[in-house]
Design a protein around this ligand. Structure first.
Ligand code: COA
Length: 259
């Protein structure tokens, strides 16, 4: 039914697999639309207790936004896409049921931002996290500048966002980005076991507890998200964005001018 997603139910646990493995599960516009549609289904499913999200293939959870679609992203599109994906990820964050991110490989850019919208993250030893937007001449636009500092602290979030460097599973665990690390072949078993444990708890208590914990993170988030989105749009107008995106697609090193 979906082209870019696989959704299965294992009793009262939903398993969503982001499914564009040949593009490392990059988030395209089509994938965003399908995700919105699927979320409608999930929000209306009263039987569901926990949702687990993972990526297809053995290489990536999600390697970010589809960089091909960045070529034509100007300020107007940048603002719209950013707002749209912020909303989709906020719907995931605010689902009544807990969401477990089972990070099986690269979680980059929008992929890391999707992981951050999950209630709990577990990963395989192969997982790598990063926020490489700045290397493309843009900034995160799917909630990353707001959610990452809340989870790992301002300094670590700054370093990740300003360098664009990737970190490995041990470092992710050390800074609290993930709660558990599994050998690659054991990741889904580990994630499903955790999901089953939560699914076995009283559903209303789980639902209320999740909501209460989520609310603890609200500072002046509205203006933070708005600022992020405007600055994301502004970054889309720069020469360095054009250069960064072209360089990636042409498989060469970008030359940036700060313009
Ligand atoms: N958007 C679109 N396509 C992507 C992609 C993305 N974010 N990430 C990877 N792909 C595609 C590659 O272009 C390649 O496609 P091709 O086979 O048609 O050429 C395919 O997925 C495999 O990726 P490749 O780069 O060959 O794998 P690798 O093992 O050499 O490198 C990464 C893996 C993750 C380091 C590298 O793909 C990468 O840096 N991706 C972009 C990450 C990024 O900047 N994300 C943020 C975007 S805002």
């Amino acid at each position: 039914m979906y082209k870019t997603l696989i959704y299965e139910k294992k009793e009262n646990i939903g398993l969503l697999t982001i499914n564009r493995p040949d593009k490392l599960n990059a988030i395209s516009n089509e994938l965003t639309s399908e995700l919105k549609q699927l979320l409608g289904e999930i929000e209306n499913d009263e039987e569901l207790r926990v949702l687990v999200i993972t990526g297809a293939g053995d290489k990536a959870f999600v390697a970010g936004a589809d960089i091909k679609e960045l070529v034509d992203r100007d300020a107007k599109i940048g603002r719209r896409v950013s707002r749209e994906r912020q909303e989709v990820f906020s719907r995931i964050e605010n689902l009544q049921i807990p969401v477990i991110g089972a990070i099986n490989g690269y979680a980059l850019g929008g992929g890391l931002e999707l992981a951050l919208a999950c209630s709990i993250r577990v990963c395989s030893e192969k997982a790598q996290f990063g926020v490489p937007e700045v290397k493309l001449g843009i900034i995160p636009g799917d909630g990353g500048t707001q959610r990452l500092p809340r989870l790992v602290g301002l300094g670590r979030a700054m370093e990740m966002i300003l360098t664009g460097d990737f970190i490995d599973a041990q470092e992710e665990y050390r800074i609290g980005l993930v709660n558990k690390i599994f050998p690659p072949g054991k990741l889904m078993e580990g994630a499903m076991e955790l999901a089953q444990r939560i699914a076995s708890r009283p559903p209303l208590a789980v639902r209320y507890a999740k909501e209460a914990v989520n609310r603890s993170q609200e500072g002046d988030a509205v203006s933070g998200f708005a600022l992020e989105s405007y600055l994301h749009a502004l970054a889309c107008t720069t020469e360095d964005k054009k250069e960064g995106v072209s360089a990636f697609l042409e498989k060469r090193k970008g030359e940036f001018k700060g313009k």
